[in-house]
Design a protein around this ligand. Structure first.
Ligand code: ARG
Length: 274
């Protein structure tokens, strides 16, 4: 039903935009009673590093699921276009965008000034902050306590950036992993003393792996982060579609429903814009 609705909506939008080829002359009567298939909607290829629950991960069936996936699917449905999610390792995810292998990315990507040099971001769709995971018996009480410790991060993330800044560019104590779950597994194995990653992911892992005996340590010294959808620089057509869809799903309650589904509570209302 969902799909049918999306296709229908897509057809309407295409028709409204006048993007469809001139209607063909009335088809010659055939013996088939079924209506002609609607013109296929544009399918955008969306890259995501699906090892980042609850934002993007693979379920037992191998399907890519999560908060980010639901948000983008809802945006697509509103906008009358289709999306196909492709699991894409974080290292190199921005290259797949640059090279045109992906049309856009949803991957809990923090909007940063540096990244804005090479790609464009949608309006923010989620607030985040770094959070420290340590073993239950750890004495770590604040970020600065990690200075002389071995710290696991996912390579090239904002967690990597802040930890590299604290420990020093050449520190061999920054242990970089391909994925955040791998870093957290190493914390359990004792190979690192702490992991720094996005709060939602750390909280989710700790809650779902009670046997790991971790605790979390927050620190206001971490800057506030916001997630955005990334498109190729200059792809304003797609960016506008994504921003419009995001505004629409925020306005009609869909975003709040998705938020509640994954995080159990409504997001705090942002102060009203001037
Ligand atoms: N928010 C962090 C960043 O932008 C980490 C994102 C990692 N995402 C992922 N799906 N592995 O650097």
């Amino acid at each position: 039903l969902w799909q049918r609705a999306a296709m229908l909506a897509a057809g309407l939008v295409l028709a409204a935009c006048g993007k469809q080829p001139e209607p063909a002359p009335a088809p010659a009567p055939t013996t088939e009673a079924s209506a002609p298939a609607p013109a296929p909607a544009k399918v955008y290829v969306v890259g995501t590093d699906a090892a980042y629950a609850p934002f993007e991960s693979q379920n037992e069936k191998g399907e890519i699921v999560g908060f980010d996936i639901d948000v983008v699917s809802a945006i697509a449905q509103k906008g009358g276009f289709e999306v196909k999610f492709v699991n894409t390792p974080w290292e190199g995810i921005f290259n797949t965008l640059q090279q045109g292998d992906r049309d856009f990315l949803v991957s809990s990507i923090t909007i940063t000034e540096e990244r804005k040099q090479t790609m464009d971001f949608s309006n923010p769709y989620f607030d985040a902050r770094q959070l420290i995971a340590v073993r239950e018996n750890s004495k770590v009480a604040k970020f600065a306590d990690l200075k002389k410790l071995k710290v696991g991060v996912q390579t090239g993330t904002t967690g990597d950036e802040v930890v590299t800044q604290l420990l020093g560019k050449n520190s061999t104590n920054v242990k970089r992993f391909e994925s955040t779950p791998l870093a957290l597994q190493e914390l359990q194995a004792g190979g690192v003393d702490a992991v720094v990653a996005d709060n939602g992911v750390v909280e989710n892992y700790v809650a779902n792996n009670t046997g790991a005996k971790f605790k979390t340590v927050s620190d206001d010294a971490f800057p506030a982060e916001q997630y955005g959808l990334a498109v190729r620089k200059g792809n304003t057509e797609l960016l506008e579609k994504l921003n419009k869809g995001l505004a629409d799903i925020k306005a009609d309650g869909t975003y709040d429903q998705i938020y509640a589904k994954h995080f159990g509570a409504k997001p705090a209302e942002a102060p009203a814009a001037a």
